[in-house]
Write a protein of this length. Structure first.
Length: 294
């Protein structure tokens, strides 16, 4: 019985270990992928490596945009994304695409059968399919890139519709590149909540495609109205204060006049009273003198 229990325990442990190994293996990340891009307008806005920020030429400010890289968990199809940024409209004629492509950092030496194929690319709502595949180029150390276009390298992918030379994207709509990878030991994890790696970058510069809504003028007008209203209100308050002061002065004046009249009345009454008393005293004296004479 004890031997049977030991065998059962050993078998159970083996099953647990096998299950754990299977879960670990299925959760393997073979690398990451993302869009790399560069635009020349007044500056060289760019994002040159997977997982890095979208930056201005001097790399002292971010470029406002949203990007989505992906974790590569096996063979299958993936989509990487850039949205929320486009050059200023007035710069479209001067702006040039310096580079646009999908980069990946899977270790090709460890997985020599690895293969990446571009399926489609969407720019300004137009979907391009690839008639032939771009070169799988080495870049940035352990990264490889498949370029959609690089006019400065005199390269344009063979697509339908035809990929135009230097044209930049004119909207902040999502730019997507969809690709398929093969040659890894296993297939990708479907519906993997950790497949997408989102990035949100925020610039201190104004929104490139922000429309002039007149808010600024309205704000200034509102401020002017507020200031004017404030002046009128201040003037009204001053007038009201002045009128109140006048009324108070009149009231004080009336009070003073009333007091003076009251004081004057009291003084007059006092004088009359004293005079009457004096007359009475004189009359008494006169009577006494008259009696003595008799």
């Amino acid at each position: 019985m004890k031997d049977l229990m030991k065998k059962f325990s050993a078998a159970a442990c083996g099953a647990v270990l096998a299950s754990t190994f299977a879960i670990t293996a299925s959760a393997t990340d073979y690398g990451q992928a993302g869009i790399e891009w560069m635009i020349r307008d007044f500056w060289w806005e760019h994002r040159n490596t997977i997982g890095s920020e979208a930056l201005t030429e001097m790399e002292d400010d971010q470029v406002t945009c949203h990007m989505e890289d992906v974790n590569i968990t096996g063979n299958g199809q993936y989509t990487v994304l850039l949205s929320g940024w486009a050059p200023y409209e007035e710069d479209w004629d001067a702006a040039k695409v310096g580079n646009l492509g999908a980069a990946i950092n899977v270790d090709t030496e460890e997985y020599p059968d690895f293969k990446m194929t571009l399926d489609e690319c969407t720019i300004d709502g137009v979907t391009y399919t690839f008639n032939s595949q771009p070169e799988f180029e080495e870049c940035n150390g352990d990264e490889h890139i498949m370029k959609v276009k690089n006019p400065y390298g005199n390269y344009y992918a063979d697509t339908t519709p035809e990929m135009t030379e230097y044209d930049v994207w004119h909207t902040t709509d999502p730019i997507t590149i969809t690709f398929t990878v093969e040659g890894l030991p296993e297939d990708k994890i479907e519906d993997n909540p950790d497949e997408i790696i989102p990035y949100d970058f925020v610039s201190t510069l104004p929104d490139p495609l922000a429309e002039d809504t007149g808010d600024e003028g309205e704000g200034e007008e509102e401020a002017a109205d507020t200031e004017e209203g404030g002046d009128e209100e201040s003037a009204a308050e001053e007038t009201e204060s002045s009128e109140a002061a006048k009324e108070e002065t009149k009231s004080d004046s009336k009070a003073d006049d009333s007091k003076e009249d009251e004081d004057e009345g009291m003084s007059t009454g006092l004088i009359v009273g004293i005079a009457a008393a004096a007359v009475a005293v004189i009359a008494v004296i006169a009577v006494v003198v008259f009696k003595k004479k008799r």
